[in-house]
Design a protein around this ligand. Structure first.
Ligand code: NCD
Length: 308
């Protein structure tokens, strides 16, 4: 059976560390990798909007010397005619060597992988998982902090629907000495399945709070998130909650450690004021760049390719 990545837990810690090592090497020696995927095709099947994830997958494949085909809007695909994910996958398997799929339905990339003769990468499924964003986050933390253990990370915002949060918590729960601070309104707390199956099962130290400023001084990493408008059933509820947290430069200056790093998977709406962007602690645009390199590394891994 071909290897797919649907959840970050499909990769062992050793494999993740190896993928990050290679991403570092790609950053240092890009020319070495420029022909690795020559003749290979990546299909990007995006049934839900995306800017960074899709473009970074595409840029990744181009920088490896490969080609890209696909769609960025479910409306322009045969999904509108009622085609199933299974059938779309079987057909795309005839045209491409690897698939990156984003879908509003949780589990759709898993279904795709079960019908695929080529590797499938989950590029975000509903409010569930987003493993390649997690690789991006891990690479950014490791490059900035020099380690993936022994730090306190705060997750702030929409912890209920934020798939990037769920996947990063799963990943970090396998490293030592990680303390997690969950900062959200009561309505957007981390789902209990993540608390039970990940945090409690792995014995991870965590606290829940609604107050960002109170916990800010303790944090080594702050992971801000957007309130996930598209997952709300009521527009009114979204409007009530969307500005629950706004990180400003003044709050950072007053409360945060000098070596804090502020991450955000992006897109940002209001939750980080633009006056934070020039602060050396703001790392979210570098984080977006890291996304391209980890995706290059992952594509190579799943296609069984090496640069040497
Ligand atoms: C995230 C996503 O799609 O889950 N974006 C991304 O992939 N960089 C976060 C978000 O949309 O808020």
């Amino acid at each position: 059976m071909v290897r797919s990545v649907i959840s970050i837990l499909d990769l062992s810690v050793e494999e993740i560390n190896k993928l990050l090592d290679r991403a570092d090497d790609i950053i240092a020696n890009p020319a070495k990798y420029s022909e690795v995927c020559r003749g290979k095709k990546l299909a990007t099947l995006f049934f839900e909007p995306s800017t960074r994830t899709r473009l970074s997958f595409e840029a990744a494949m181009y920088e490896l010397g490969g080609h890209v085909l696909g769609f960025s809007d479910a409306g322009s695909s045969s999904a509108t005619k009622g085609e199933s994910v299974a059938d779309t996958t079987k057909m795309v398997s005839c045209y491409a060597d690897i698939i990156a799929m984003r879908h509003p339905k949780e589990g759709a990339p898993l279904v795709s992988s079960m019908h695929s003769s080529i590797p499938v990468i989950n590029a975000g499924d509903g409010g569930h998982n987003h493993p390649t964003q997690t690789l991006t986050d891990l690479l950014t933390i490791r490059r900035k902090k020099g380690r993936l253990n022994n730090f306190t990370i705060g997750f702030c915002g929409d912890l209920k629907f934020g798939r990037t949060v769920h996947s990063l918590i799963q990943a970090l729960s396998r490293y030592a000495g990680i303390k997690i601070v969950l900062i959200s309104p009561d309505e957007l707390k981390l789902p209990s399945y993540v608390k039970k199956d990940v945090l409690q099962k792995q014995g991870i130290e965590y606290v829940q709070t609604t107050d960002l400023e109170e916990v800010l001084p303790e944090l080594d990493v702050l992971y801000m998130t957007r309130v996930q408008k598209e997952r709300f059933l009521s527009e009114e509820e979204y409007i009530r909650l969307r500005d629950s947290y706004i990180l400003t430069r003044a709050k950072l200056v007053k409360n945060a450690k000098e070596d804090l790093i502020v991450l955000h998977p992006l897109p940002r709406v209001n939750e980080i004021s633009t006056d934070v962007d020039d602060d050396p602690r703001a790392c979210y645009f570098e984080q977006a760049l890291c996304g391209k390199y980890v995706r290059m590394s992952l594509i190579m891994e799943l296609l069984g390719l090496n640069a040497d």
